[in-house]
Design a protein around this ligand. Sequence first.
Ligand code: OGA
Ligand code: NI
Length: 348
Amino acid sequence: MAGLASMKLLSDLVAENGGTIPDNYVRPPSDRPNLHEVETLRVSIPVIDLQGLKGSSRHEVVKAIGMACESDGFFQVKNHGIPESVIERMLHVSKEFFQLPERERMRCYSSDPMKETRLSTSFNVNTEKVRSWRDYLRLHCYPLEDFVHDWPSNPPSFRDDVGEYCKNARELALRLLEAISESLGLQGDSMSMALGSKHAQHMAINYYPPCPQPELTYGLPGHKDPNVITILLQDGVPGLQVLRNGKWVAVDAGRGELVINIGDQMQVLSNGRYKSILHRAIVNSTTERISIPTFYSPSPDAVIKPPESLVGASHPALYRSYSYAEYYAKFWSQGLNTESCLDMFKAM
Ligand code: OGA
Ligand code: NI
């Protein structure tokens, strides 16, 4: 295949280069993870028990979610309703996929960010100068029947295991959107309605191989997620860090735990009240890591603007309205090092 050399996945590179990373992965000294400066707190982001959403304590849980969205932009959930067996199969089949021979995996390879099902590397190899230490499989997941035929069929249980996880993750996303709507003083279905006629659900399966020089590079550099909310499943290996009060804080989440974060569209839909926060993934020299974000997103044709009750003379709309398709294209055309795509959509 022409150009295969430039399309190499990371697994190949590691084997070839031994103890050092190739030059095109080395960040300039001003843009390195400074791992010794990262804060490690035992509980770094709020943990919210979703059990309480069901009963008389719903109001308190909704309030806790609202506070977390406002102050941290990140929280962890427990009793989220996704069965442990579904999560375990999702993690297991993901690992199996990345253990397949490279030639098998390369059948899904594409560097076109608009392709719905694709295996890729770094973030966007067409636009970025420095690469990141990540391979990833990206999938569209809703409506499942529109996309599942395009997903890998190897490992043989891939479509079933991932499909099952996606259905569960969507239900959780909808429950969270309902609680978030209520926390903003809106009708429970407001956020869901604001996402337009056909909600979208995307997923990445991120694979971070061990990296001989983790101080020089990122798994993913600091970025904000372009979608509405993200549900992140991790395999227990640390790597996620969030920016809080100007400092990077390591998020300590165990295997199978779910981290929720606010994306750019929720920041716009809440007219700036809920924050899309910078976060990044760092790598380590000993252990591979898998993380699986579910990106819950508006319909591409949805016009994104906050509900009228959140806009007024004392709090004018902070962003101009736009279609999600426009935002999404802009996001992928930039390098991830651009601090925020949101800034380009500010109201005049
Ligand atoms: C992402 C992301 C964090 C991680 O894929 O957008 O932020 O821990 N991932 O892999
Ligand atoms: Ni992210």
